[in-house]
Design a binder for this molecule. Sequence first.
Ligand code: PRT
Ligand code: ZN
Length: 304
Amino acid sequence: MSPTAVPATRDRLRIAIQKSGRLSDPARALLASCGLSWRESRDKLFCYGETAPVDLLLVRDDDIPGLLADGVCDYGIVGRNVLEEQAAERAAAGKPQLSKELLPLGFGGCRLDIAVPDAWDWQGAAQLQGKRIATSYPGLLGRWLAQQGVEADIVVLSGSVEIAPRLGQADVICDLVSSGATLAANQLRPVQTIMRSEAVLAGPVQPFADIRGELAQMLLRRLDGVLRLKDSRLLMFQARRDEVPGLLELLPDAESPTLLQVDGADTLALQALCHGAMTWQRLEDLKRAGARGLMVLPVERMLA
Ligand code: PRT
Ligand code: ZN
């Protein structure tokens, strides 16, 4: 398929997600919470959308940017690290960018870090001059090294990057880190973050010219609603009118609240969607500031 192919006309939307790995379960759960469900094919590579014309393609995460570029799928859920790596490689090869990050999804968080042996006295990027750096992310590392004005040898490995210094294949590494346990177990220490990553929704640079445009809008609207609901609670209480400004100062995470007059001109009922944790401590602070009849309710669905 041509590297500049535009998506072929289709009347269903196709989303590529990781078949098995860290992102597969959360990606499916997120799409299911948008009201989508599927019938699985026998080979478990394709899931036919039942509640909406939105199908899933189950693939290796590294294949997702290429499938997007070739128009084989319309959207993909993939780590920003994978998307940006392939974008950096396309840029280096002079190829156009055909897909981009549309929405961070709030799971699969990690960092792409330079890590050095514990014994190193790290003083900054200049120390990497002339060194061998093992990584699975040559595009991102190469770009960062160029920005730092450092010339180093990039040793490309597809896995087990963390043992490269012990095997004598490299002096330092550049790899994904989440808890840091793998680095510590290999006597390595993270010293420099070159990118922060999480799972993202990736999609085409050009809008769809067919029915997929409407399906895409529906998907994005629902994803936005689901993501905004995370940690959201509806807070309700009553208070004297003159105490409301002080109470709102205690609620910096509230979306513009609804105020209703309940008792003559003096008492107001307030309801607000809050995005931070609603702990007992916060409720007690609100009560001290004049809130009465405090109630915290879960929010099940939201459509802006
Ligand atoms: O088969 P396929 O190619 O689809 O899967 P994969 O093995 O390439 O990917 P997978 O499932 O391991 O990771 C998918 C995505 O999850 C990555 O592209 C990242 O966006 C994200 N992610 C989040 C991580 C990590 N955290 C992570 N910790 N990917 C890999 N790791 C590895 C890291 O490479 C290192 O080996 O975990 C180890 C470090 O973990 P800690 O907790 O010890 O620091
Ligand atoms: Zn992979």
